[in-house]
Design a protein around this ligand. Structure first.
Ligand code: 5RP
Length: 236
């Protein structure tokens, strides 16, 4: 397992594999997005094929949906599932209060909806994502394309009022063209450095016209599984 992986990917992989141990027969699962979540989906696929584990999965992106199908995991929509027992997903940062920044892969809108429709959320990550304070990772905000420059300006003003005057806001690109989310929207990345009150900031951002969803996950994560490059897995 470890031989072809970089140390960071090894850490992601062992966290993902450990989290799959929490999955029980019959569960309806939210399947996260990103490289760590992909390790989880592959391990789940192994369990489905080798143990005959019966689960259904609601993917949080078109990428995860394709991988889950490839792995032989039955995929359903959130509407079909109704409610989920467990969501397992990666994160870009996690703090000591289980607050997260997500959306590095541009999928935080579907990820937040799916996590909100789950009894429990397990976050899987390499140890480097464990931070004392959120904000070094640029905070993704999904915005509709119409009038996005106005939304960007309103975001700047809102940030100014919250002690982030002059914070850079960049539109995410995919090479030469703007990144487009699965829902057809742009992503603006907010370069904040540190976030003092994530809960308050999340509420402020989501009130701005044009903002669809921000990448702060508050009160959604229940368990964090962190993999380390030395092979240690820490659960809290
Ligand atoms: C996608 C996400 C990912 O979970 C997050 O970016 C972590 O990605 P990775 O596991 O590749 O480091 O939020 O929107």
């Amino acid at each position: 397992m470890s031989t072809e992986l970089s140390p960071a990917d090894f850490a992601k992989c062992i966290a993902a594999r450990r989290a799959v141990d929490f999955i029980e027969d019959g569960m309806r699962l939210g399947l996260g997005t990103g490289s760590t979540a992909a390790f989880m989906v592959r391990r789940l696929g192994e369990r489905v094929r080798e143990e005959g584990l019966k689960v259904t999965g609601v993917p949080t992106s078109s990428r995860t949906a394709a991988l889950a199908r490839e792995e032989g995991i039955p995929v359903v929509t959130l509407e079909e599932a109704g409610w989920l027992d467990l969501t397992i997903d990666g994160a870009d940062e996690v703090d000591g209060d289980f607050q997260l920044i997500k959306g590095g892969g541009g999928a935080h809108l579907q990820e937040k909806i799916v996590a909100s429709a789950s009894d429990r959320m397990i976050v899987i990550a390499d140890g480097a994502k464990d931070v004392a304070r959120l904000g070094v990772f640029p905070l993704p905000v999904e915005v509709i394309c119409f009038g996005w420059q106005t939304t960007q300006k309103l975001l700047s003003e809102a940030l100014e009022g919250r002690g982030h005057a002059g914070a850079a806001i960049t539109r995410r690109m995919a090479g030469e063209t703007p990144f487009i989310s699965d829902e057809g929207n742009f992503i603006l990345d907010l370069h904040l450095g540190q976030i003092h009150d994530a809960r308050a900031l999340s509420l402020v951002l989501n009130q701005i016209p044009g903002v669809v969803e921000n990448g702060l996950f508050i009160d959604l994560c229940d368990i964090v599984v962190l993999g380390h490059e030395d092979g240690l897995v820490r659960i809290r």
